[in-house]
Design a protein around this ligand. Structure first.
Ligand SMILES: Cc1ncc(COP(=O)(O)O)c(C=O)c1O
Length: 313
């Protein structure tokens, strides 16, 4: 999907023109992958627009930076205000928001301490990430997710996405929409950019974070919604073959939202249609995000932008 440029980007506390948000080819991040970032959605509401779980995303950004000893010179509140400012300055909603913290132009060499920390926040229109009404056809990847104590999976770092790219490219080359990666022990971990849930006999299962999965904000939202709706939810290690015999499987993520899976490795999941539990949780998720159901968990941050698209679920 080509990026649709907007007018402004937030850089270190100020709004600058989109085309001036550039970095030097000798920046540390280019050579050593030293960035941490977020992906956030701002949803259309019946009146105006709202960012979904903004503080939680920006806290994860701070956490990712902390793991990599990157000192962000902004507080959680300042970063959240930066997101609201850039959305309102660009007057674009619904939209996707991409905050990124990187080590910039300073010294050459692996040690990052002489390279300055730069913080940018961009936003732009973006549609569905996994487009499919009847559910996605996916595979189990031949690539494993990050091994413990190698690349920290709880940090949403740019470098982790080299692994994600291998998973996604392999899936697409083989005619699938996405790949599910196992961890180094062969247990289900996550998609290249999504967490995964399975439903069996009415119970929801998702891998624990120790299986090299990112601590997804949508994962947490689905866990919260599912418990609120009265479903049993179990975070436990999932063997590969449980995917094939599940009644329902779905991905969650800011980009993917709640995306049903129709088949895995050409084995049809359930009856091959989005399942009732997936639909029930998805309706609640989109209902809250789009302001059609009460924001009962306090997940929405309003922004003063009139959405350019009607509210859809
Ligand atoms: C590897 C990976 N796992 C899971 C997720 C889902 O996380 P979230 O729901 O916070 O977007 C993402 C997307 O950010 C991701 O890139």
């Amino acid at each position: 999907m080509p990026i649709q440029a907007t007018s402004k980007i937030w850089h270190n506390g100020a709004l600058i023109p989109w085309e001036q948000a550039t970095i030097h080819v000798m920046s540390h991040v280019i050579h050593y992958g030293s960035s941490v970032f977020e992906g956030i959605r701002c949803y259309a509401q019946p009146h105006g627009s709202a960012v979904f779980r903004l503080p939680e995303h920006m806290q994860r950004l701070l956490d990712s930076a902390k793991i990599y000893r990157m000192d962000i010179p902004f507080t959680l509140e300042e970063l959240c205000a930066g997101v609201v400012d850039v959305i309102e300055a660009n007057d674009v909603a619904p939209c996707y928001i991409r905050p990124i913290v990187l080590r910039g132009y300073g010294e050459i060499g692996v040690s990052p301490k002489g390279s300055p920390i730069e913080v940018y926040i961009a936003n732009f229109p973006w549609g569905k990430y996994i487009a499919s009404h009847g559910g996605a056809d996916v595979c189990v990847s031949s690539w494993n997710r990050l091994a413990p104590n190698t690349m920290p999976a709880l940090a949403k770092a740019g470098a982790n996405y080299m692994n994600s790219q291998l998973i996604r490219m392999e899936a697409e080359i083989n005619g699938y929409q996405e790949g599910i990666a196992l961890d180094v022990n062969g247990l289900v971990s996550e998609g290249s950019g999504e967490n995964i849930f399975i439903v069996r006999n009415g119970v929801l299962f998702t891998p624990p974070l120790a299986n090299s999965a990112l601590s997804g904000i949508t994962r947490d939202s689905v866990l919260t919604i599912a418990r609120h709706l009265g479903f049993s939810v179990i975070e436990q290690a999932i063997p590969r073959e449980l995917l094939y015999i599940a009644d329902e499987v779905f991905f969650t993520g800011t980009a993917a939202e709640v995306s049903p899976i129709r088949s895995i490795d050409r084995i049809v999941i359930g009856d091959g249609k989005p399942g009732e539990v997936t639909k029930h949780i998805g309706d609640e998720f989109f209902g809250i995000a789009n302001g059609l159901k009460p924001d009962r968990f306090g997940w929405l941050t309003p922004v003063k932008v009139n959405a350019t698209e009607p509210v859809t679920v």
